[in-house]
Design a protein around this ligand. Structure first.
Ligand code: 9MR
Length: 385
């Protein structure tokens, strides 16, 4: 009682010493402090009783947590595949694998002249537009395949007759239209595809016949004019088995670059079979890299039934051999400086949709049910080596 009386006397004494405004401020402060306390209580999570702790630790500690397994998206280079718009649109498993695993796509056919060009100045863009938009929505790179090739040409081109200058104008117009349309959204192009025979001589294509070997240089220049930011590739198969072709491609690329022609990369298609030696793969990748350009393994698949036997079975032994080929390829790419690894593109999403599998075969890292094959691990197993 004595204590309360003392406190009241002290408060009255203090208040007498304060101005009116100071008293109001003091009272406001008291009110706010009490509001804060109530809010804090409301916000507090419900109290939880701590679980009872065992007095002793169990005799055996649980095993280490399993490490998450690497996926294609963890690769130290971009992994992609060739895609078909109708399958992306209508097959959810197909779309699922592309979305979960791929960082890059190449339209398998939608950007070929035969698919795009309906007549001079007339184009069918729908499929290519769809893929470019799909890639943008899924944050994937698009690699454009292919501008100048000897096959898959529209009838109006194979039937065209004109002077060399008219052929050059036709080619220029086409490259400007296509590359220009996708400027900034298609990162890279196979500008010229398969210009050499296996013996290293020029393939006698409609372009070579009508323009001469100069058509290659011109195609790169036209593509660069249409999109100066695009990475431009010479793309071909066979560098792993033909020394003559390897030599011809490397000489072409080095010569063009010395002349200042914008050639930025070599695409090695790599349609190989499981009997191809790891040293062949490595040597061809290294030869391309020695040209000082980007290296793209651009259409890889590993045929397991190159003899096209009708009674082919994909045994465990074959699966292992195929795995070794994919592993060797990834190791070869990883042996290059990072700034030269453009990536690996598989030619299809799964075995069922490969260009090879009208015949019995199993060339890709995903089987026909979109399940991962040993080949998948062959690749992911190289990532942290
Ligand atoms: O896989 C492609 C197939 O669907 C087409 O019918 C064919 C003709 O356009 O081209 C296939 O892809 C080829 C690629 O464009 C160039 N390198 C060889 C590929 C397999 O033939």
């Amino acid at each position: 009682m004595k204590k309360i009386r003392f406190t009241l006397t002290y408060m009255i004494y203090t208040m007498k010493k304060l101005s009116f405004l100071q008293i109001i401020a003091f009272l406001l402060l008291l009110t706010c402090a009490s509001c804060g306390t109530q809010d804090d209580l409301i916000d507090q999570p419900p109290y939880e009783q701590p679980e009872e702790r065992p007095d002793e630790l169990p005799d055996e500690l649980p095993d280490e947590q399993p490490q998450p397994t690497a996926t294609f998206r963890d690769a130290p280079y971009l992994i992609g595949c060739a895609v078909v718009p109708s399958l992306l649109q209508n097959n959810s498993k197909y779309a699922g694998v592309v979305q979960e695993e791929m960082s890059s796509i190449t339209p398998e056919n939608a950007l070929k002249m035969g698919a795009l060009s309906r007549g001079r100045g007339s184009y069918f863009w729908d499929d290519a537009d769809y893929l470019v938009e799909y890639a943008a929505n899924n944050r994937m790179r698009v690699h454009g395949h292919t501008l100048i090739w000897h096959t898959d040409l529209p009838g109006w081109v194979t039937g065209f007759s004109g002077t060399k200058e008219e052929w050059i104008a036709l080619m220029q117009e086409y490259i400007h239209e296509v590359v220009g349309r996708y400027q900034g959204s298609i990162a890279s192009w196979d500008v010229v595809n398969e210009a050499f025979n296996d013996d290293g001589t020029y393939r006698n294509t409609i372009w070579y016949e009508n323009i001469g070997e100069e058509y290659i240089r011109l195609a790169f220049e036209f593509a660069h004019e249409a999109d100066p930011t695009a990475i431009l590739f010479y793309n071909d198969y066979g560098m792993e088995y033909s020394m003559a072709k390897r030599e011809a491609i490397c000489t072409l690329v080095k010569d063009l670059r010395e002349e200042g022609v914008p050639v930025h990369g070599i695409g090695l298609q790599m349609h190989i079979d499981m009997y191809r030696s790891a040293s062949d793969l490595k040597a061809s990748i290294q030869a391309a890299a020695d040209c000082g350009v980007w290296v793209h393994v651009s259409e890889m698949d590993v045929a397991c039934n190159p003899e096209k036997k009708t009674d082919f079975t994909f045994t465990e032994k074959i699966a292992q051999q195929q795995k070794d080929s994919y592993q060797a390829m990834s190791e070869a790419l990883l042996s290059l400086p990072a700034h030269q690894r453009f990536g690996i593109t598989f030619w299809g999403v799964c075995d069922a949709h490969s260009w090879l599998t009208p015949a019995p075969d199993a060339p890709l890292p995903f089987d026909s049910n979109f399940e991962k094959k040993p080949a998948y691990e062959g690749i992911t197993g190289t990532f942290d080596k």
